[in-house]
Ligand binder design. Structure first.
Ligand code: SAM
Length: 420
């Protein structure tokens, strides 16, 4: 939902959104529905570069930035982001930040003016400046960078961090999107280089967003499409257990002639949204509101189960930059416990010899290989099932971790056959 502030000033809107993201753990992308491109850039860019901005600001602050009022922090970050990462001349960005401070935190006007005037002249750390830690160069928490180094190695980690710092294009699933209509409306669509059946909207995003709202197109990340496609073809029952908003189900239902498709999700509102999305597939699919841990289906009644589990989302930081500032290392154990419960329930639903697709848009082992390890399954090879040019790393568990890149979000996927 948009903030109550009805101003058309993108800077004021951005500060209001950023304060809500921080104070209420709100999702930035959700608050930006209907936002102007300028407001979106100010919010997402500031969130992406928050750590780098804070380091430069703190050189001119007497206290850590975390000790300041939330709105003052937001004004300082937005002002420095605009001065250093957008085309606004620095004096204009500073003057605008001072004007904002007068509106939202009048007592901090002097501080904002003094700090920003100096901070805009600081050197921005270069991408290859080895004297500056990766976490500051690419604005990610140090603990996450250290994990990824261990998991992905130095170069892949740096590439993933760099990818997280760029805005993700809008991608559409071709088979269920009215592409001719969009082209006629002026959209320029570019086929994805690695994942077939996906196009990036290069121009005419407004028309594409209007088509999405009208239920004439479906937006989906290319890696998520590739992950759905690793499933083998079957004739029996296919159950998608945490299915909303329906992307993986849509790919399967629109591309697989065989199989009886069922899907469920715990959240009623998301299943309502999913029902509308599924209409695009033009194929019946039974949809239930159900907790995956207590599915109404009989044990051993499915040949294929998809569990695209709720997760930390560390593969989606370019779309959801605030996740990196909110997530704590300790959260992973809690997420892992939920995922283990859901994976065990998924296992119950499978007939012996049946196949489980377990995936998350997280790169973290606690949410992936450690979840599937105790299950009575053997891993199926993924080499021939993932697109040729997609980069991924094989895990000792037999799964694949797909790092975030300019071409798609990060995911971890396991394809597992239940032992007979
Ligand atoms: C990663 S999303 C699934 C995305 C979906 N597969 C797609 O491709 O569009 C995870 C989903 O799990 C659902 N969820 C969370 N806990 C659940 C539970 N205990 N049982 C069923 N669904 C659950 C959430 O509502 C959310 O829709």
């Amino acid at each position: 939902m948009r903030p109550e502030n009805t101003s058309t000033d993108p800077r004021l809107q951005a500060v209001t959104v950023l304060a809500r993201v921080e104070a209420n753990s709100a999702h930035a992308a959700r608050l930006l529905g209907g936002a102007t491109p300028a407001e979106r850039e100010l919010v997402m860019g500031t969130l992406r570069w928050q750590l780098t901005l804070d380091r430069l600001l703190e050189r001119h602050l007497r206290t850590p930035i975390a000790a300041l009022d939330i709105r003052v922090r937001a004004v300082l970050r937005v002002g420095l982001y605009e001065a250093r990462r957008m085309r606004t001349p620095a004096p204009v960005a500073v003057a605008e930040a001072v004007r904002l401070a007068k509106a939202v935190a009048p007592r901090a006007t002097g501080l904002v003016n003094a700090v920003l005037r100096r901070a805009v002249g600081e050197t921005w750390p270069g991408a290859s400046d080895a004297a500056v830690p990766l976490s500051v160069r690419y604005s990610h928490p140090a603990w996450l960078v250290e994990r990824w180094r261990g998991l992905l190695g130095e170069q892949v980690t740096e590439d993933a961090l760099a990818a997280d710092q760029e805005a993700a294009p809008l991608y559409l699933l071709s088979a269920v999107s009215a592409l001719d209509e969009l082209t006629a409306a002026g959209c320029i669509l570019r086929p994805h280089p690695t994942v077939s059946g996906v196009v990036a909207v290069e121009a005419g995003v407004e028309a594409a967003v209007a088509a999405l709202r009208a239920g004439r197109a479906y937006a989906m990340d290319p890696t998520a499409v590739a992950v759905a496609r690793v499933l083998p073809e079957v004739d029996g029952t296919v159950m998608d257990l945490a299915a909303a908003p329906g992307g993986k189900s849509l790919v399967l239902a629109s591309e697989r002639p065989g199989g009886r498709f069922l899907a469920s999700d715990r959240h009623f509102g998301r299943t309502v949204l999913m029902r509308r999305n599924l209409a695009l597939a033009g194929r019946p699919l039974a949809l239930m509101v159900a907790d995956a841990a207590a599915s109404p289906l009989r044990p051993a009644s499915c040949q294929l189960v998809v569990l695209d589990a709720p997760c930390s989302g560390t593969g989606t930081l370019r779309r959801h930059p605030e996740i990196r500032w909110r997530l704590r290392p300790g959260d992973l154990a809690e997420l892992s416990a939920t995922q283990r419960t859901l994976a065990a329930a998924a296992s119950e639903l499978l007939a012996p010899g049946g196949v489980l697709l377990y995936a998350t848009c997280s790169l973290e082992p606690e949410e992936n290989s450690e979840v599937v390890a105790p299950l009575p399954f053997e891993a199926l090879p993924l080499t021939a099932r993932l697109p040729d040019k997609l980069s991924w790393i094989e895990l000792p568990s037999g799964g694949a971790v797909i790092p975030p890149s300019a071409n798609g979000d990060g995911f971890t996927v396991h394809l597992l056959r239940k032992r007979t």
